[in-house]
Design a binder for this molecule. Structure first.
Ligand SMILES: Cc1cc2nc3c(=O)[nH]c(=O)nc-3n(C[C@H](O)[C@H](O)[C@H](O)COP(=O)(O)OP(=O)(O)OC[C@H]3O[C@@H](n4cnc5c(N)ncnc54)[C@H](O)[C@@H]3O)c2cc1C
Length: 406
């Protein structure tokens, strides 16, 4: 007979510290974020607004983001997952997952200004040494500077080790040539972390020979904006045409950028999963309220199984995706690479978000399509999530391979 073993099983109980962080995060949103959102109204909450006719984000949106970023850094939230040695709080991956999910559940804009998103410090930046610490790492931790992470190119996305961007050493300098595209925050960043090949693949293997360089905003050109539906103004091409930078701008070890990036892949994937699960829960709350209120054929539409089952299926899938996200975060906290698990949780959460976003439009009928409502925007967001940080197909390839399919 199985005897339950106290303390030896699985616990999803939140620690006191986690509860405190989540409560104070909600307070921060109520006190700081909602004020800014009220002041700017739809300009902030509607991703179809908030940019100028040339496609760039408007100054007021950029200022609001900067204001919240700095306030959040001061309050200790913004980069709390970063190591304590570089000014973070070293919170666990589970705590970071819970915080990102909590924020998304609130359904407020500016989330990547509250908890560092693509423009904020990532573990790769924690490898900064010498002058890089004061010039790039510290101000990014404080929310005073922002960055971008440039890997994708016109010729390669998923197959990024095949990149065309090259860096060659010339005395005390590196010379960079190439074009990156779809780089989030590139038009507004103070510096970009550029991946470039420094040794050919046939000498060092597929993942070797790629180095990460810090390139400052006045050293590269912004080409066209890459406006994704649902994220207009945020992505752009970064053009590097014989860009000369000093030798001390290498971030991390020369030739090892891919190995460094792979170490942090799991974290990026649970961040996407957390946002997806949080947004899914928010959408399902909205759909439940609507289903309990809206009447048709003499009863509330929640009485129709065609409606209630959409909500039930969404809840079940969100529950599973959340459990996968938590388990994956826990594995990362145990020092595991969680390669299969991070692909599983990213794939599960983003596909759940996508299906629920579509169902929630359907549940709302025409209101689901209305421009002033956020439901179609969530469809766009969910669609983006299934492509960034590794597409659906790349996640499924990884899962199949990790489970032995050759
Ligand atoms: C909003 C947004 C923000 C982004 N931000 C950044 C950023 O900050 N930095 C950055 O570097 N990049 C960024 N990207 C780029 C993003 O990471 C890439 O678009 C993504 O990796 C896919 O690459 P791709 O678009 O070139 O598609 P491709 O890799 O060309 O793939 C095209 C299709 O083929 C499929 N495919 C490719 N290889 C395989 C395979 N082996 N097996 C099965 N199917 C396969 C893909 O799944 C996809 O369906 C961003 C993109 C968007 C839309």
């Amino acid at each position: 007979m199985n005897t339950p073993k106290a303390g030896a099983g699985v616990s999803f109980e939140q620690t006191e510290e986690q509860e405190l962080i989540l409560e104070s995060l909600v307070e921060f949103v109520e006190q700081e974020v909602e004020l800014v959102v009220e002041k700017l109204g739809e300009t902030l909450s509607n991703p179809r607004l908030g940019h100028d006719p040339d496609g760039r984000l408007s100054d007021e949106v950029l200022e609001a983001e900067a204001q919240i970023r700095k306030a959040s850094a001061e309050a200790g939230f913004y980069a709390m997952n970063m190591p304590a040695e570089v000014g973070g709080d070293d919170v666990s991956a589970v705590t970071w997952y819970l915080a990102k999910k909590q924020l998304a559940e609130l359904g407020v804009p500016l989330t990547s200004a509250v908890l560092a998103g693509p423009g904020g410090p990532k573990p790769l930046l924690a490898q900064a040494t010498g002058e890089q610490v004061e010039r790039y790492l510290e101000p990014t931790m404080a929310g005073e500077k922002t960055t971008a992470f440039a890997q994708t190119e016109p010729g390669v996305g998923s197959d990024s080790p095949n990149m065309a961007t090259r860096a060659e050493r010339d005395g005390d300098e590196w010379v960079l040539n190439g074009t990156k595209q779809w780089i989030t925050n590139a038009p507004y960043a103070d510096f970009v972390q550029v991946f470039a090949r420094t040794s050919p693949q046939d000498e060092v293997g597929r993942y070797g020979g790629v180095t990460c360089f810090i390139v400052e905003a006045d050293e590269y050109e912004i080409g066209s904006l890459n406006n994704a539906v649902g994220a207009v103004g945020r992505q752009a091409e970064v053009e590097l045409d014989d860009v000369r930078i000093p030798a001390d701008r290498v971030l991390g070890e020369e030739g090892a950028a891919f190995y460094d990036a792979m170490d942090f892949l799991g974290l990026g994937r649970i961040e996407i999963a957390a946002e997806s699960v949080g947004r899914t829960n928010w959408l399902l709350d909205a759909a439940t309220e609507f289903a309990n209120d809206r009447e048709a054929f003499g009863r509330t539409i929640g009485n129709f199984q065609g409606i209630s089952h959409k909500i039930a299926r969404g809840r079940a899938n969100a529950f599973a995706a959340d459990a996968a996200g938590l388990r994956c975060a826990w594995l990362l906290d145990q020092g595991e690479a969680a390669i299969a698990e991070s692909s599983i949780c990213k794939w599960l959460a983003t596909n759940t978000f996508w299906e629920v976003a579509d169902d929630v439009v359907q549940i709302h009928g025409s209101d689901g399509l209305a421009e002033e409502n956020p439901f179609m925007d969530n469809i766009h967001r969910a669609r983006i999530m299934r492509i960034v940080e590794g597409t659906d197909e790349i996640q499924l390839n990884t899962i199949a391979k990790q489970y032995g399919v050759e």
